[in-house]
Every structure is written in C-alpha cells, then in structure tokens.
Write a protein that binds this ligand. Structure first.
Ligand SMILES: [Fe+2]
Ligand SMILES: [Fe+2]
Length: 274
C-alpha cells in the first residue's frame, strides 16, 4: 500500500467558492484516505452530497461532525434536532460507507502506519472560559457583552439532553471507554472538530469565542490515548503546532473571505501520514 492519509475540515459548502474547492479535492493514489473533520455544511443534503462525492474518489473517508452539521438550520427541510440529528447523520454516512465516530476505528496501514484512526464526537462544555470569568454564566455574559456569540446558541439543540455540556459529558464518557479499548500497541490519529487542548484557542481574535471550542476534560487525551497526530478544525486557523511532543494539525478550509485573505485558492488537503 503506497497511499497517504489526508485531512481537511470546515469545507462549508454552502459557499459556491468552497464547492469549487471541493470539486478539486482528488487523491494522488488509489490508496489515499481522507479525514473530514466536521463543518462540511449545515444543510443535511449538502453534507450527504459532499461526502458521497469524496467517497467516490478516496479509498476511505473518515468523518467527525462539526457544529454546523448539528445545527437545525431554518433553510433545511431536515428538521431533526440534537441526538436525533446526529444519529441521522451517522445513518447517512453508513449508507455511503463513510466512517463515523460510531463505527469500529480502522487501522491505517499505509506509510507512517500502522495507526488507529479514531474520529471522535465530543462537543464542548464552556470550560474554556472567557478571560476573567469563573462560571459558565459569567463567561457567556462576557461573550454577549462583547457581541461574540456562537450561532450554536440558537441552532445547535442538545435534545434530549438539557444542555450542550450534558451532551458533551455523555460523549466524553462513551468515547473515553472506546479509546481505552483500542490496541495499546498502536499509536492513534485522533480526529475531532473542536481541538482536544485549549492552547490553539489562545490565538483567537475574540478570546470569548473559546468557550464554544472544546473542553478541559480532554487536555491530556493526546498523551493518554497515544496520539501520533491530533487532527482538528473549527478555528479556521490552519497550522501545525506541537503539545507534549504530539503534532496537532488544524486543517480548516474556512470561509472564502478567510482563505482569500490567506492568499487565494487554497490546496486545503493536508497530508497527515505517508
Ligand atoms: Fe467551521
Ligand atoms: Fe465549527
């Protein structure tokens, strides 16, 4: 096997310019895998169409949800909310043969392997609090005062959980158990939409936004679960950093105004291994 493991996130295909970028995503070999780390789009049919197109091209596609897939958007005929919406996305992916956080983690055996590739859905719990605040309420208030409020507050419903942090807690529990059960002899590639550690949010223009970006409870997961690489998106700040000696790859395409500012039509697929 000669392929490579690639990753991308935040394709945001509601933008025509981004759909054109997605049209250009092609494997280099018949063995290449593609990780899609969330925020494909917010309309269910758009997510399905994009993942089908990528599945037709790549040997394997591995998806983890972003906040946008989990929105119940007023323009979407699919009106499912919360867990029911996530379950429907997983069922759609299974139909397509796209791997989800609910499937057995597959082992990448190409160059740089073998590694267990684990797409994770963990959400966030407001523990990345705004500067100078100590409770969720204070942190949210600081965000509203700054005019920096994530649209999740309006569109990402936690049903049947009472709130998003409860859903996050449940995801952490079930996901932690699954990771503990992976082959201890193999390193992992941990794939999340929201970064596993807080440090990547330190460069956010608006620090109040960090509370929608992860949870303190995964601060040591890259070490505890033997990550060779941690892949994430959501911040729309593509870059490579290292924490505790582990490579973190932010692989966002982002909005057209963002990638145009970075210098024009991007080649968003990042080679992770191989
Ligand atoms: Fe995004
Ligand atoms: Fe996001």
């Amino acid at each position: 096997m000669t392929g490579a493991l690639y990753a991308v996130s935040d394709l945001h295909v509601s933008y025509a310019e981004n759909r054109a970028v997605v049209d250009g995503l092609r494997p280099q070999t018949a063995d290449d895998w593609l990780i899609v780390a969330g925020d494909v789009g917010e309309v269910f049919a758009d997510v399905e169409r994009t993942l089908r197109l990528l599945r037709d091209r790549f040997a394997r596609v591995v998806w983890a949800p972003g906040n946008h897939e989990l929105w119940t958007h007023p323009n979407d005929p699919v009106t499912l909310r919360g867990v029911a919406r996530y379950d429907a996305l997983v069922a759609m992916c299974r139909e397509l043969g796209v791997l989800t956080p609910e499937d057995d983690y597959q082992v990448w055996r190409g160059a740089g392997g073998p590694v267990t590739v684990a797409p994770l859905f963990l959400l966030y719990d407001y523990s990345f609090r705004a500067p100078g605040t100590t409770t969720k309420e204070e942190s949210l208030r600081a965000a509203y005062d700054a005019g920096v409020v994530c649209t999740d507050e309006m569109l990402l419903h936690p049903d049947p959980y009472p709130d998003r942090e409860s859903w996050c807690a449940a995801r952490l529990a079930v996901t932690g158990r699954r990771l503990e059960a992976t082959d201890p002899a193999l390193p992992t590639v941990l794939v999340t939409h929201w970064p596993l550690v807080r440090q990547p949010t330190d460069v956010l223009w608006f620090p109040e936004f960090a509370q929608w970006c992860g949870t303190d409870r995964t601060a040591d997961w890259h070490v505890r679960h033997r990550a060779a690489v941690a892949v994430y998106g959501h911040l729309h700040i593509p870059r490579t950093t290292h924490y505790d000696g582990v490579r973190f790859e932010e692989v966002s395409l982002g909005y057209p105004r963002e990638w145009r500012r970075r210098g024009g039509v991007p080649a968003p697929m990042k080679r992770i291994l191989g």
